[in-house]
Design a protein around this ligand. Sequence first.
Ligand SMILES: Cc1cc2nc3c(=O)[nH]c(=O)nc-3n(C[C@H](O)[C@H](O)[C@H](O)COP(=O)(O)OP(=O)(O)OC[C@H]3O[C@@H](n4cnc5c(N)ncnc54)[C@H](O)[C@@H]3O)c2cc1C
Length: 261
Amino acid sequence: MELQTQFSSREDMTTYLALQLEGLYSTEAIPNEIRGGRRAALEQLEKFKAVGYGKRNFVASHTSRLSAYLRHGVLSMAEVAAHVRKNANGREKIEFLKQLAWREFFLLVLEQEGIGVLENLEAPKYATKWQNDLPEDILEARTGLPCVDTWVEKLIETGYMHNHERLWFAAYVTHWRMTDWKAGYDFFREHLLDGDIASNALSWQWVASTFSSKPYFMNQQNIQKFSSDAYCSSCRAVCPFRKSYPDLERSLFGQDYGWSS
Ligand SMILES: Cc1cc2nc3c(=O)[nH]c(=O)nc-3n(C[C@H](O)[C@H](O)[C@H](O)COP(=O)(O)OP(=O)(O)OC[C@H]3O[C@@H](n4cnc5c(N)ncnc54)[C@H](O)[C@@H]3O)c2cc1C
């Protein structure tokens, strides 16, 4: 029997769970929109046909939202891959299977490196002194940058963040705020419903350049385009991302990695 059916209301269930899990979370206990359980997972899988997946880098695009089910073993990668092979076509099918392959790859790296994935796998590719803790204004979503604050609020409220927002946020934390990726990893681990060791740590390390040949970063144009201008045209903040890629490379890293777009 699903947990929800044992309570007369969703509020009752939330109160019960909040008490049972006390001490394991630090912010308000908020019931999540993502339903747990195998039945809900199969419904979500059945709906997904990868239509429009080629535009997956746009935050508004329809990605599968299967990550929490995959993370907790409610769905296996093999059955998700089989479903997409059968129900999707062409480039969208290939793109989706490639993303699934990243998950598999990160798990293989975890198998090989063990808990070592929680330390820098390589030295960062630029001279940096990262601070250990995530700045309070980021944790409390009051950086004054509408984009960053919204990403944090959404993460805390929904337990989910789109992949592109995760990349932007990780770059902001690591390169602009010079904070160790491990603090960002911990923050994601606490709030993401799909938060896991391999994909989380290795994605942060990829952005930070301790698991890649150069740091990942973005500029304002990139955020504006892929967020479908959700923030920029009404933003009144002094934008730290509003520069060309060459200028950002020089100011953030003191060198030129040849990023052009
Ligand atoms: C800094 C950072 C931290 C991340 N932390 C996690 C994490 O803790 N857990 C997690 O599952 N994913 C993580 N990701 C990867 C990715 O953002 C999520 O898997 C994806 O956004 C989940 O949404 P979806 O199910 O709609 O993905 P879809 O685009 O529909 O992809 C299908 C499935 O493929 C896998 N996948 C997709 N993209 C990636 C990717 N880039 N790397 C690895 N697997 C991928 C996921 O299992 C996902 O459910 C992280 C990415 C970044 C940049």
